[in-house]
Design a protein around this ligand. Structure first.
Ligand code: ZN
Ligand code: ZN
Length: 261
């Protein structure tokens, strides 16, 4: 993805130096592709941590929003240093600076992606009548601004860094391997299976050093046939789903009902 982005950037630069309006517009198209490929490249770095349906998304805004849910720092630059720790959990006394990974922010990617897109359609009748069609100078100014930022990102020798403390376990419903960053776990939302067909929710019930226990989030339902309680995955509580009772074998289906208050 990064190599394809580099090719787009080079084509954009070649078009910009032609210094005519048509080439400038095609440069904007290449730069939009470039922003998209860089975003896809970052998505690949987080692919195990995000819902599987993220690969169907295509706008930088959509994708980076999902990445930020997995890692709040996903759209920030990262300075990388290494050092030898005396003990686990203790910062090394001396650190060697390796460099900085450059990333664009959600806001930058979204505004520039949209701004470039504005040059990729015919001017409206209103723009033509009011002499407000984008000029070559305006298009090239925006293109050059984007090139400068993307140049920094693609020339960085450090890229697609993804550090963190992760938990990994297998979903008992669909066998998907779930990987989540410990700092991104919300107590309310739990850990959601990344398979779009499953979405089972897990909670951490105990955590001692490296020993972490996950439990499926369940809801109690009372069997209407025998009045005994059953527990089912909370992600399965949806209209039309039915459950067999573990006590009497009777089936119950979830339906909506109006009840008197
Ligand atoms: Zn699952
Ligand atoms: Zn029952």
């Amino acid at each position: 993805m990064r190599n394809i982005a580099l090719q787009c950037l080079q084509r954009a630069k070649d078009l910009i130096v032609k210094d005519d309006e048509i080439s400038a517009k095609y440069a904007c198209l290449e730069l939009r592709f470039c922003i998209e490929y860089i975003t896809y490249s970052q998505l690949q770095t987080y692919i195990q941590e995000v819902p599987d349906e993220t690969v169907k998304k295509w706008t930088p805004k959509q994708i980076i929003s999902v990445l930020r849910e997995a890692d709040p720092n996903a759209d920030k630059n990262h300075k990388i240093s290494i050092g030898k720790q005396d003990a686990k959990g203790i910062t090394a006394k001396t650190m060697k600076y390796l460099g900085e990974e450059q990333r664009f922010s959600l806001e930058w990617a979204n505004t520039r992606h949209n701004a470039l897109g504005n040059f990729l359609h015919a001017p409206t009748l209103s723009q033509i009548e009011n002499y407000e069609s984008p000029t070559k100078e305006k298009i090239l100014k925006k293109a050059n601004e984007v090139v400068a930022e993307i140049d920094k990102i693609l020339s960085s020798p450090i890229f697609n860094v993804n550090f963190g403390v992760f938990y990994e376990f297998v979903c008992t419903f669909c066998n998907t391997k779930i990987k989540c960053r410990n700092k991104s776990i919300s107590k309310e939302l739990g850990i959601v299976c990344t398979s779009s067909r499953c979405k089972a929710v897990y909670d951490i019930v105990s955590e001692q050093n490296d020993d972490v226990v996950f439990k499926l989030r369940e809801m109690e339902i009372i069997c209407p046939s025998c009045d005994k309680s059953n527990f089912v995955g909370s992600h399965l509580i949806a209209y039309g789903n039915s459950f067999p009772c573990v006590h009497c074998g009777g089936k119950a289906e979830i339906q909506y009902a109006l009840v008197p208050l």
